[in-house]
Design a protein around this ligand. Structure first.
Ligand code: MOS
Length: 708
């Protein structure tokens, strides 16, 4: 693979779509102008967690002026079964979780639809439900393998006897259990769709992390050739994984559109509805056992994770994956266990697996460093591996130690007194903590980019990529300009439409790398074509080439990850237990940065989301009814401006040349990984209280905080 010149790449360009966004002309899913007066569909949701519907009385709803139809399992179109069983709504009278879509009211306005939905009477036969994840369940099982969801089987390296023996003979050991809460993506733009069903095709406006993926997963459900499904999603108000795989709201919108043929149907989920319909991150219960010798070298690492999944569809969070890539220890073992519950289907959420997994591992590393009498940075450096422990492969690049050292220098780590609860400031206990970050690099196949050049030397770059707020409109333009060796003003990018060449989704921090690689291929072809033309003149009709992401085997030869070191300063009030985080600092090893401005936003946003996870976010399940009760922004607290202090983002000036011609690594997710552990470790340093159960709320500190 050859590399490309870097001129536009590395420039801190403002977002090219910024003016459209701030003037309100950037169209989000619900805002697209459609021909014909649209109809609106409002979902009906189950009020039991397990059982079946015995009767639905829609008479009062249909009597309302303006109601067009009521969809239920008795009149809904039949769907073709899909592996995404979550999407099979209204196919029977069964109810699999509370909040499941059991119908929809279609009306002339959203208000009429919503009101009429409240008039529908549903009778159920209710069965006992099972919604509580517990460590002592007797039905825990390894996940089903699903390549599509990139969730391999529980991975066992050392067998249990070897691990037990290594731990038994270790000079220093740790055995601790960490838990994380239910988290919701909560993008600022709630999920919304417009569907238009005609004899020729289905048009769907939606918020999508990948239009090609939405097209190929939705089309077969309705027995359609993907070519007859047109997905349009030029701007997306945040995703974090909830807009990656399609969810039931899309299916309901399309079914409603089938019913009122040719007329557009709009659906906008309320914030509350999003807490049961568009996925979430599973809670986790994670046990970590570590053994070390007297020199602070790990001899054994064991990480067992328990997560929940839904009865109707398997989705494992994969919390132990990152542990297999982190530290040198001759004996390592990770396992993963799932309980299938009567709950909504979990899905990928920013740093799926790594985010809860690294809270556990990096908390345990802090505890073990203290047990070994070592500074936590020194302890990590002593356990730095030469090759990836799980695979034995060399890393394509791993500068974690440099991140730790350079981050420590910038943070002022060296002046730290390692004694916990040593620093008091005006009634506050002050502490600092550190944790490592990791996120794997993915480059997905099936990426095609087309470039057209006109005689006026304007270059149109077409690819079905997505900008979910990350900056794709800008960064892909920068990559194309450098690959074509033209100024960025000559490049017109088109993304977010399934009529464009197919592309993978904005997921797994893979977008810029995958789409950019296809664009570099296309640009190389175009330049070769122009060079072969001795007059070097573009014909009047223009020229067009298509490049495909090259099929390289680097993944088989290298372990590929982004890394980072996160530092936190925490203040805990001695009387109230209130926790404040005035300072976060992240030092990242993320390859070449395409655009420092949008990259900084990605990492800063990730760290802020990590802070939110550490201190605030938790879905509170009511086991009596089977739903999360704090399903709104009043009670599901997300860190706001007032909760966030200084967040410093830095990266090493490095490139990873094995993975893609830009030298880039993924940046969308690594920023959230490790932040919560850095904060928990700082809370321990401030207070001598180890909180292993997120979020770190004051009720977990107060009973132990007063010296007297
Ligand atoms: Mo991201 S959770 O891989 O959409």
């Amino acid at each position: 693979m050859s590399t490309i010149m870097h001129r536009a790449i590395g420039a801190p360009l403002n977002r090219l779509d910024g003016p459209q966004k701030v003037t309100g002309t950037a169209k989000y899913a619900f805002e697209h102008a459609v021909e014909l007066h649209p109809a609106y569909v409002f979902p009906l949701q189950s009020t039991i967690a397990n059982g079946h519907i015995t009767g639905i009385d829609i008479s009062a709803a249909t009597a309302e002026p303006g109601v067009l139809a009521v969809l239920t399992h008795t009149n809904a179109p039949k769907l073709v079964p899909s592996f995404l069983t979550e999407l099979a709504i209204l196919q029977s009278d069964e109810v699999a979780y509370r909040g499941q879509i059991i119908g929809g009211v279609i009306a002339e306005t959203l208000e009429i639809a919503r009101h009429a939905a409240s008039l529908v009477q549903v009778d159920y036969e209710e069965h006992v439900h099972d919604v509580k994840l517990r460590v002592d369940r007797d039905d825990l099982r390894p996940p089903e393998a699903s390549e599509y969801l990139r969730t391999p089987h529980a991975d066992v390296q050392a067998d249990q006897r070897d691990i037990d023996a290594a731990l038994a003979s270790a000079a220093i050991t740790l055995d601790a259990t960490y838990t994380t809460a239910i988290y919701y993506h909560n993008p600022m733009e709630p999920h919304a769709n417009i569907a238009i069903w005609t004899d020729e095709e289905l048009t769907l406006y939606c918020g999508s992390q990948g239009v090609s993926m939405t097209q190929s997963l939705l089309a077969p459900l309705f027995g359609l050739d993907p070519q007859r499904v047109h997905v349009i999603s030029p701007h997306v108000g945040g995703g974090f994984g909830s807009k990656a795989l399609p969810h039931a709201d899309m299916v309901l919108t399309v079914m409603a559109a089938q019913l009122v043929a040719s007329r557009p149907v709009k659906l906008a989920l309320t914030r509350q509805q999003m807490f049961s319909l568009v996925g979430y991150r599973s809670p986790t219960i994670q046990r970590i056992r570590l053994g070390a010798n007297v020199n602070g070298q790990l001899t054994a690492i064991e990480h067992d994770a328990i997560e929940q999944s839904a009865k109707i569809m398997d989705f494992p969070e994969n919390s132990t994956r990152s542990t297999r890539a982190m530290y040198a220890a001759p004996k390592q073992r990770t396992t993963q266990w799932l309980a299938s519950l009567d709950v909504p289907v979990p899905t990928i959420m920013r740093g799926p697996g790594e985010t809860p997994g690294m809270f556990a591992l990096e908390s345990a590393m802090d505890e073990m460093a203290i047990a070994c009498g070592l500074d936590p940075i020194e302890f990590r450096i002593r356990n730095e591996p030469d090759v990836e422990p799980a695979s034995g492969l060399p890393y394509s690049s791993r500068h974690l130690v440099t991140c730790l050292r350079e981050g420590a220098r910038r943070f002022g780590w060296d002046s730290r007194d390692s004694t916990p609860r040593a620093r008091h400031e005006r009634g506050w206990l002050v502490g600092t903590g550190v944790a490592a970050s990791i996120y794997p690099m993915f480059r997905f196949p099936g990426n095609f980019a087309t470039i057209r050049v006109s005689p006026e030397e304007r270059y149109t770059v077409l690819i079905g990529a997505a900008d979910i707020g990350t900056g794709t409109w800008t960064t892909l333009t920068q990559i194309a300009a450098d690959a074509l060796e033209v100024p960025i003003e000559h490049v017109d990018l088109q993304i977010g439409d399934s009529a464009l060449p197919p592309a993978s989704g904005a997921g797994g921090s893979s977008g810029t790398i995958s789409w950019g690689s296809a664009i570099v291929e296309a640009a190389g072809k175009l330049r070769a074509l122009l060079a072969s033309n001795s007059s070097r003149v573009v014909p009047a009709e223009g020229l067009e080439v298509t490049g495909e992401i090259p099929n390289t085997s680097y993944q088989q030869h290298f372990a590929m990850y982004s890394f980072g070191a996160q530092f936190a300063e925490v203040w805990v009030h001695e009387q109230t237990g209130e926790v404040r985080v005035p300072r976060l600092l992240g030092m990242f090893d993320v390859g070449r940065i395409i655009n420092p401005k949008t990259a900084r936003s990605q990492l800063l946003g990730g760290m802020t989301m990590g802070l939110s996870m550490a201190l605030h976010e938790q879905g509170v399940l009511d086991p009596r009814f089977g739903h999360v009760v704090n399903h709104d922004f009043a009670e599901y607290h997300i860190a706001t401006n007032a909760d966030v202090g200084s967040v410093e983002v830095h990266w090493l000036d490095q490139e990873d040349l094995y993975f893609n011609p830009m030298g880039a690594k993924g940046i969308g997710e690594v920023g959230i990984v490790g932040t919560a552990a850095a904060i928990a470790n700082a809370v321990y340093h401030a207070t001598s209280i180890r909180v292993r159960d997120l979020p770190i709320t004051l009720d977990k500190l107060l009973p132990k905080i007063s010296p007297g």
